[in-house]
Design a protein around this ligand. Structure first.
Ligand code: UFG
Length: 332
């Protein structure tokens, strides 16, 4: 029998890509989304991409009754919890909103899981939980810390799940720490239209796209005096399709072994901002003017994953390299 998987935030960027990968792998994903940072057309596009009707509930995770109704309507094998606010700078300006939405949403979801006797969850965490880490590449055993309200919401989310595990030793919990997701499904159908985006982009890739399109004059490179080969920040960019496949493997591991795990999802390779500019300019065939600006508060010099545990536990290895990540990010 096809297993139904609840995807909270399933209409968002990573959620929608994971929807396609799960559907391809033989699961039946069901979306719950309040469309606060997702395109209303996404379910229709997912139906087009998968050739199957898209089950989608327009529901806010803070609405416990609505959540109960969704759980009552389906027999879920697991949930993947994407739904959360995710912009670091925004979180510094609106900490309460992040605590309410990210921690409150998880609390409600965990309550619904207990009431409906569902003990499998994949949690979208982030490399942000490593803070400014001395160990590079970063193993999952590195010390954890939070440097902003968004990071705190992810760290506390992981800790809440740790306590749920104590109370429910039979639960199978997957914590996936994403590095820097970029790229798009090759169809171009899963691009978020700018008018649907409520959070202005502060990440490198959306800004590179804006500069290539001419809607932003130039890219500000935040600091060229870091202790890195060219002085600009090094990050572990991972193609969203690889990331989506990581979720499929995590779910399969939970379902077949009923054992919990915490893994990094990255490539293990760090690229600098200047390397990203050059690769993106080559991919779109346009100049990317840039200027060196002061360091951005809270940024770290380098952040890339030790990927050995993900390979050992999930058999996860990335397929896409930098050129494909840039080419697939560019939809003119
Ligand atoms: N950068 C620029 N100019 C820009 C935007 C970014 O130079 O206009 C630089 C940053 O300084 C950094 C690199 O590009 O060196 C990547 O920056 P992003 O904002 O794209 O990503 P971050 O690594 O800062 O943050 C990302 C996610 C967070 C997550 C973190 C965890 O956005 O949600 O990775 O590793 F917490």
């Amino acid at each position: 029998m096809t297993q139904k998987i609840l995807l909270t935030g399933g209409a968002g960027y990573i959620g929608a890509h994971t929807y396609v990968a799960l559907s391809k792998a033989g699961f039946e994903p069901v979306i719950l989304d309040n469309f606060s940072n997702a395109d209303r057309d996404t379910p229709a596009r997912l139906a087009q991409l998968t050739g199957k009707a898209c089950l989608c509930h327009d529901c806010d995770l803070l609405d416990s009754d609505g959540l109960d109704a969704v759980f009552a309507a389906h027999d879920f094998a697991a949930t993947v919890h994407f739904a959360a606010y995710k912009a670091v700078g925004d979180s510094v300006a609106r900490p309460q909103a992040y605590f309410n939405n990210n921690m409150g949403g998880l609390i409600n979801l965990l309550g619904a899981m207990e009431r409906h006797d569902l003990g499998r969850i994949v949690f979208s965490s982030s490399a942000t939980v490593y803070g400014d880490c001395d160990q590079q590449p970063i193993p999952e055993t590195a010390p954890l810390s939070a440097t902003n309200p968004y990071g705190l919401s992810k760290l506390v989310g992981e800790q809440m799940l740790g306590q749920m595990q104590v109370a429910h030793p039979d639960w199978a919990i997957s914590i996936l720490r994403y590095f820097n997701p970029v790229g798009l499904h090759k169809s171009g159908l899963l691009r978020l239209s700018p008018e649907e985006t409520t959070q202005p982009p502060e990440n490198l890739m959306p800004r590179l796209i804006e500069v290539a399109k001419g809607t932003r004059k130039q890219l500000s490179v935040f600091g060229d005096d870091y202790d890195t080969p060219d002085g600009t920040g090094l990050r572990d960019y991972i193609h969203v399709e690889d990331l989506a496949r990581g979720h499929v493997l995590a779910l399969q591991a939970l379902i077949t072994t009923d054992e919990s795990h915490t893994v990094n999802l990255g490539t293990g390779q760090g690229y600098s901002v200047l390397e990203m500019i050059a690769a993106f300019a080559a991919a779109c065939g346009r100049d990317i003017p840039y200027t060196i600006a002061p360091r951005r508060a809270g940024d770290v010099a380098r952040c890339y994953a030790d990927v050995s545990h993900a390979k050992a536990v999930l058999g996860f290895e990335t397929e896409f390299g930098l050129n494909e990540m840039c080419a697939d990010s560019w939809v003119a």
